[in-house]
Structures are given as C-alpha cells and as structure tokens.
Design a protein around this ligand. Structure first.
Ligand SMILES: Nc1ncnc2c1ncn2[C@@H]1O[C@H](COP(=O)(O)OP(=O)(O)OP(=O)(O)O)[C@@H](O)[C@H]1O
Ligand SMILES: [Mg+2]
Length: 294
C-alpha cells in the first residue's frame, strides 16, 4: 500500500503528467460572515447556526470541533452551496455562493456510494459528472485506491465493504479530480483506530505536498490539534464560533507531536471550553472546569 501522498499531482503517475488538465488554482479561500441557518418544519424552528463568522485563508488547514448537533455539517453544506444561509453571507474565493460549487472535494459524514456501481465506478462518477474523460483518470483512481488499501477491492460493490472501507472509497472519490478545496465531515469516524491514525498522517502529508485549502470537521480534539493550523471550537446549538486556537506545532506532526507540551496544552484548552459549556463532564476525581477568560 502506498501513501495518499504518493498521488501528489506533481508525481509522474498522475493524470496531470499524462496531459490531463487539473484545477488551475492550487487552493481556495472561504469567507463566512454572520451566517445563520434556521430549519423550519411546520411551526417548529431549529436554529442550527447563528452569527457564524469565519475566514479560511488559501492553503490553510482548519479543523472544526463541536458537540453533536451544533451545525457542523450544516456549515459544510452552506460552503458547498448545497443549502443557502437564512442570514449572512458565504463566499468562496471572494464570490458569493449562490448554488452548488463544483471545484471542491467533499467527504460526507456517511459514505454516499451508489449501490449499483462497484468501487472504481463510484470513484470515477466524480470524473463523469464533471464531463471529464474517465480513461484519463483510471490510473490515478487505481493508485489512490491502492493508497488507502482498496487496491484489491475495486470491483466490489458497496454492500461487500465494511463501513471503514466505504468511507475510504468516499475519500478517494473526493480526491480523484485533485480539487483545490477539500472539505471533510468527520471523515475518519468509521475507521478503526490504526487506519484512522494512518489516514491522518497521510492527509497531513498530502496537504504539505499540495497545500490545498482543507476544512476538516471532527469530534476528536486530538485529531483536530494534530492536523490543523487553526482549530475552530463551536458552541452547542445554535452553533457559532466559541473560540479559535492557533496550533503552532511543527510539521510534519506525524506520530511524535502527541508527546509535545504544546499538544497537551491545546487539547486541555479545548477540553476546558467543553467542560465550561457542559458539553463534557469531568469524572469525580477529574479536573473541574476553570473559568474561561473572555
Ligand atoms: N435538513 C434539515 N432539516 C431540519 N433540521 C435540520 C436539517 N439538517 C440539520 N438540521 C438540524 O440542525 C441542527 C444541526 O445539524 P447538523 O447536522 O449540522 O449538526 P452536526 O454538528 O453536524 O452534528 P453531528 O456532530 O451529530 O454530525 C440539528 O439540530 C439538526 O437536527
Ligand atoms: Mg454532522
């Protein structure tokens, strides 16, 4: 198995090297101003997001952590143009998002694979939908699938795969067209602990090599700190930015960053916020929430 990083577009085995035109911009920026999203069903209203502000710079790796139901997936759908904000604005590369944007790769929380297509055909669907020539992308698909351990499962159908394998196929599908913006919604949630650790390391390597803009949603505080340049901590619903923490850990962080005091400090800061907000509760012998400075 090779690393996802081996599929960096500069490497000779990629479609780019074989004459396929990949995305012009290597990265994209995101601007979200005072965004709100309210879902209405009859007389019932659910305010998923409220007064959400965030600017993600080009080539930045931003992780979002927040409790279940705080609007993380909704936020991702707003940026992708799959749903519109009730208030405020969402822009990508300075352009207001008015409908689905295509120049991005999305890994959804649940792998959305078509039951009647095998793994390879599910990956190539992304290419077909963009009107690109699938033959040009087949080698890249093989290589990417191989890099996530699915090399010998290309002709299997989704029901023949484990949850983790389906999710890995979804990750490959998001990367096949080498998008400048990658949005991942709890992408490693269904993976076993070892594969999850390896995928995290591979993702960091991919990012270091390609400098895509990455928005990474996770429930794991450790994962957010290990991957991101900045961690956005969201409040319980209605979700807004509680705080943003800069992570200055040197890269590549790989397996060693967990041992550094800065890692512990960042994890502790986020944990304290969740304790203070009642998202986490300490055990009897554990630390008590400390007052969070404004
Ligand atoms: N299409 C919808 N219609 C009605 N309510 C919705 C819809 N999508 C999301 N919601 C509500 O909006 C809130 C935020 O949902 P969302 O899926 O964004 O949360 P989340 O932070 O991604 O949660 P999780 O961590 O569990 O995935 C929830 O209360 C949810 O019930
Ligand atoms: Mg979600």
């Amino acid at each position: 198995m090779r690393s996802i990083m081996a599929l960096h577009p500069c490497e000779p085995e990629t479609p780019e090297a074989s004459g396929v035109s990949m995305s012009a911009a290597a990265d994209m920026s995101i601007q979200i101003e005072n965004a709100g999203k309210t879902f209405r069903r009859g007389k019932t209203e659910t305010v998923a997001l409220e007064g959400f502000d965030l600017a993600v710079g080009r080539s930045e790796f931003v992780a979002i952590v927040g409790p279940s139901g705080c609007g993380k997936s909704t936020l991702m759908r707003l940026i992708a143009g799959l749903t519109m904000p009730t208030t405020g604005t969402v822009s990508v590369d300075g352009e207001s998002v008015k409908g689905p944007i295509t120049n991005l790769g999305i890994v959804f929380q649940k792998p959305v694979l078509l039951d009647w297509r095998d793994v390879l055909q599910n990956v190539l669907l992304q290419v077909e939908m963009r009107g690109l020539n699938t033959a040009d992308y087949k080698q890249r698909a093989h290589d990417l699938l191989d890099s996530v351990g699915l090399g010998s499962f290309e002709d299997r159908y989704p029901h023949e795969l484990s949850g983790g394998m389906q999710q890995r196929a979804g990750i490959v599908r998001a990367l096949i067209h080498d998008p400048p913006l990658l949005m991942m919604d709890e992408p490693f949630g269904a993976l076993d602990a070892l594969t999850r650790e390896q995928m995290r390391i591979d993702l960091e390597e991919l990012w270091l090599a390609t400098k895509k803009t990455v928005l990474f949603i996770t429930h794991s505080i450790d994962e957010a700190v290990l991957l991101a340049d900045r961690v956005v901590v969201m409040s319980p619903r209605p979700g807004k930015v509680e705080t943003i923490i800069d992570i200055g850990l040197p890269r590549p962080r790989g397996l060693t960053a967990r041992k550094s005091p800065e890692f512990d400090e960042a994890v502790d800061t986020i944990t304290q916020i969740f304790l203070a907000k009642g998202v986490l509760r300490g055990g009897r012998r554990e630390i008590r929430p400390r007052k969070i400075e404004d």
